[in-house]
Design a protein around this ligand. Sequence first.
Ligand SMILES: [Zn+2]
Ligand SMILES: [Zn+2]
Length: 279
Amino acid sequence: MIIRCYGARGSIPVSGKQYMKYGGNTTCIEIRSKNDEIIIIDAGSGIRQLGKRLLKEQRFEYTMIFTHSHWDHILGFPFFKPAHDEKTTINLMGCPLAQGDIKKLLAKSMGSPYFPLSFDQLKANINYSPECSITFKIDTIEISSINLSHPNLGAGYKFVEDGKTFVFITDNELGHRHRGGRTFDEYAEFAKGADLFFHDAEYTPEQYEFTKTWGHSTYIEALNLALAAQVKEFGLFHHNQDRSDTDQDVIVGKCREIIKKEKNNMACFALTQTTELTL
Ligand SMILES: [Zn+2]
Ligand SMILES: [Zn+2]
């Protein structure tokens, strides 16, 4: 299983020389199965880059799943070039955990007067599965989901192929239980022993004083979850819009110090919009 990140920024795309290392694009993750089947998670601004890559590779069929439909997770969809190509087939999985009919939500985001082209003008063949179970399978990858603790609901996912596990939980507030949200222990159980784990680490504890109930975690809470779940590699995700590369490096350094003090050998890093990992 190959995991590629095309955007790890939270809330809004950003640009500037202070963001060159970790990048300014919002959430988009690509997973390739061992048979090279393609799963796309979320359509933040990072999906633009992924779309160009897929066209270059002449790949026209993918499954798309969504964590939820907040702007930063869908705003790249109209700029995903394969959606404008009639050779393309997109299988949209509309999990009820991710706020209902994702096709309707995407169409609404492109509706007049918000966007010049309507969803119906897209040339791709877009299939929609109105329901998804808590567990489902795409090619050789077993997928299970867990409710997020986030305003307006959402889903986190676990991907398992040949005994290797990747867990992706973003937009999840560990310090406050939103409607439908789970407990810290339930998230730890879901991620238990994962080879690779990405979690929302939007805030510093100081920032969180002012942002409680906004739907995101501090990097300390995210790290504590990764430690409790005994994952092998932990990636900080959904970087705050104002966090410079230097500040992000400091946070990664602090996390590594804590891990060392705990006499743990978990690897820790922050996602960039060009990170590629193989399990
Ligand atoms: Zn977000
Ligand atoms: Zn969100």
